[in-house]
Write a protein that binds this ligand. Sequence first.
Ligand code: FES
Length: 167
Amino acid sequence: MTQTDQHKETVNRRSFLKKAWAWLGVIAGIEFTAVALNMFSSGKRKNAENASAFIETVGFVNDIMPGTVIPVKDGQFYLVRMADGGFMALSLICTHLGCSVRYNSEEKRFICPCHSSAFDLEGNVLNPPAPRALDAYRVFIDQGQVKVDTSRKIRRKKFSPGDLVYA
Ligand code: FES
């Protein structure tokens, strides 16, 4: 093999390696993009799934009579429909030390079995040591059904009329 032939072979090998590296770069870029897109779309899908996991459907508006209190144990709240038709969702966790309050239908109040705090139907403190009203959850009406978003508790000092949701 002459020196010129050796030089040509070296050039061909270099040129081949350059092209191979370029193609590998392109393939890696495509794979990276595909993985990133997949992660992004599955993240969005998981967020949507997570959000719906926190929505509790209590029932149809017309099936829940005014003056009704419905315990929703899975969601850890009571759905209250006031005499005027307004809805509220009250956390069943006592604001004193976190025991679960129970609804007393005769007295129309929530009573904590731990240290006897009591709360009215709007969640206001009737009897200490609870320092503030029961927390609430956002209620919304969707296609005639009452739904509660339990993803976030609404901390309140006391009831305000804006806490009620109407169909
Ligand atoms: S935990 Fe409810 S009154 Fe103490």
